[in-house]
Design a protein around this ligand. Structure first.
Ligand SMILES: [Mg+2]
Length: 351
């Protein structure tokens, strides 16, 4: 256990971070400690780089999210973006804005959660910055990865006729948050899994690499803001439309939650977000080459890319409904991240 409750100086914190930095990985010439890190790019690879902000009261709150989960989730978001590009994550830069109340134990636990995930994915934390004095904790994460030249998965490659697939269930993280907030957690396995999915999401980097290397996917995105929003982003980038069959969308298990309505779970899958599952399209001729299961997760076929004139639609009870992007949007609706607030179905009947 730590001797002091707080780090007494920034230098002490940096020394601690340096001592607890991850081991050197291939291509890392110089990590934390100099003015900047030195990296050696691999031949025949392109860099993939992504940045994510994690802000207290927006992305987490101390009452619900333990420090190690905050560290894990901050890094998982960026790893998931690299996964959606078909890349291999290599390096991370972590900058922290801390409050004067932030305790040393919180920082250590935050770092432990982040480090555990980084180590598992072979990611070296190679630098960052710290500042004190804010009223809220903020984490700024930059992850650098590599992808084989010419094989990156883009959002823009989907073509009419391509099948839409998703790896794993959607809405599980939002259900976990709902359970955490309502305090209605039971000891049931399904509840525990939902809460775990929310606190410690698993980025699908290996699947992304698999799809990219074999050129199976024509486009990909990670579901970070809900299926309705991320499918909209993918279809728009591809200048295409999309049809999704509601009864094909994989929802959280309801076996142990008899009180939870299916419509509620569907709204979580469509608009909840933070699932970090890969949503990708595969030309019809290649669908049989995609495994039914990958690293223990089922891969589901949920729809089909259509011409842009067809729009983005959800087939529900035999009728097509416009599927609008109703997932989390920082500017449009503060607090929608508090999934479970809305049980309203996010689409209007066309008829
Ligand atoms: Mg993303």
């Amino acid at each position: 256990m730590s001797r002091t409750k707080r780090f007494t100086s920034e230098m002490e914190l940096i020394e601690w971070l340096k001592k607890n930095a991850s081991s050197r990985s291939r291509g890392l010439l110089l990590g934390i400690g100099d003015d900047a890190a030195l990296l050696k790019p691999q031949a025949d690879r392109n860099w993939v780089i992504t940045a994510d902000l994690t802000v207290e009261h927006i992305h987490f709150c101390h009452a619900l999210h333990p420090a190690d989960a905050v560290g894990h989730r901050a890094l998982a978001r960026s790893l998931s973006d690299v996964a959606a590009m078909g890349g291999i994550p290599r390096y991370a830069m972590v900058s922290l804005v801390l409050t004067r109340r932030t305790e040393r134990a919180w920082i250590e636990s935050f770092h432990k959660g982040m480090r555990r995930l980084a180590d598992r994915f072979g990611v070296s934390i190679v630098g960052g910055d710290t500042a004190f004095g804010s009223t809220e904790v903020m984490v700024d994460l930059t992850v650098l990865g590599e992808v084989q030249r010419g094989k990156a998965l883009l959002r823009s490659g989907a073509r009419p006729g391509d099948q839409i697939l998703v790896a794993g269930e959607l809405g599980v993280s939002a259900l976990g948050l709902h359970l955490l907030r309502s305090g209605r957690r039971t000891a049931e396995e399904a509840d525990r899994m939902a809460v775990k999915s929310h606190l410690f999401p698993e980025p699908q980097c290996v699947l992304g690499q698999y799809l990219a290397e074999r050129r199976l996917a024509s486009s990909a995105i990670d579901v970070s803001d809900g299926l309705s929003t991320d499918l909209y982003r993918l279809a728009t980038a591809s200048r295409a439309g999309a049809f999704v069959w509601e009864d094909s969308i994989p929802l959280p298990s309801r076996r142990h939650q008899p009180g939870v309505r299916r419509a509620f779970l569907l709204s979580l899958a469509l608009n909840g977000g933070e699932d970090y599952k890969l949503l990708f399209t595969v030309p019809a001729s290649k669908v049989r080459l995609v495994p039914a299961r990958f690293q223990g997760l089922s891969i589901y076929r949920i729809g089909e890319i259509r011409d842009s004139r067809a729009g983005i639609k959800l087939m529900l009870h035999g009728k097509l409904h416009a599927l609008n992007p109703e997932g989390y949007d920082h500017l449009r609706r503060q607090g929608r991240k508090q999934a479970g607030d809305s049980q309203r179905l996010p689409f209007k009947s066309e008829v």
